[in-house]
Design a protein around this ligand. Structure first.
Ligand code: PNS
Length: 161
């Protein structure tokens, strides 16, 4: 089986520079990378799914082999329906390990044909998460270095409102 298509799934609420670092590096390894935003029907975030997709779309314009999509339900089903056999996840600090292990093991149980590939996050972004970004933005902190400019702008207007 070929390994040309990969999916980079997540909540992306919102996209951070840490995510973008993984996306750019994954784009060099796979012919096609789909950034897939989970449409979580039980958990509402700060940004709507449409907004998350739009923010990602804006940042991947210069990456011709990267596209964005959203999915409902199981990730392995999304992979099967889209002929994807690699799931990419970023690993930050050791604290990510258990959570990521659970997801990867479950996905392997559900479909052993789909392989999870972990990419070590750039140390610059090791402790960066969407939750931390939101917290800092909420209290008016400087997030210039950790999120794309449009995300920064949208976060500001969310919290201003
Ligand atoms: O950015 P996140 O929230 O850590 O991403 C988690 C995500 C979206 C990759 C994971 O929750 C997921 O794939 N959810 C879809 C449902 C699913 O397939 N669950 C089984 C594996 S845990």
């Amino acid at each position: 089986m070929s390994r040309n298509k990969a999916v980079y799934p997540g909540s992306f609420d919102p996209l951070t520079n840490g995510h973008m670092d993984i996306i750019r590096r994954a784009a060099k390894l796979y012919e096609e990378v789909t950034v897939a935003v989970l449409v979580n029907t039980t958990k509402s975030g700060l940004f709507t799914f449409e907004e998350r997709v739009e923010l990602i779309e804006n940042e991947i314009k210069d990456l011709p082999n990267v596209k964005v999509d959203s999915f409902v339900g199981l990730l392995v089903d999304y992979c099967k329906n889209n002929d994807i056999d690699v799931i990419i996840r970023g690993l930050r600090a050791i604290s990510d390990y258990e959570y990521e292990m659970q997801i990867a093991q479950m996905n392997r149980t559900l479909n052993p044909e789909v392989e999870t590939v972990f990419m070590m996050t750039n140390t610059k972004y090791s402790f960066l998460s969407s939750s931390i970004v939101k917290e800092v933005a909420r209290f008016g902190g400087n997030i210039k270095e950790i999120v794309p400019a449009l995300v920064q702008e949208k976060l500001k207007s969310k919290y201003r409102g």
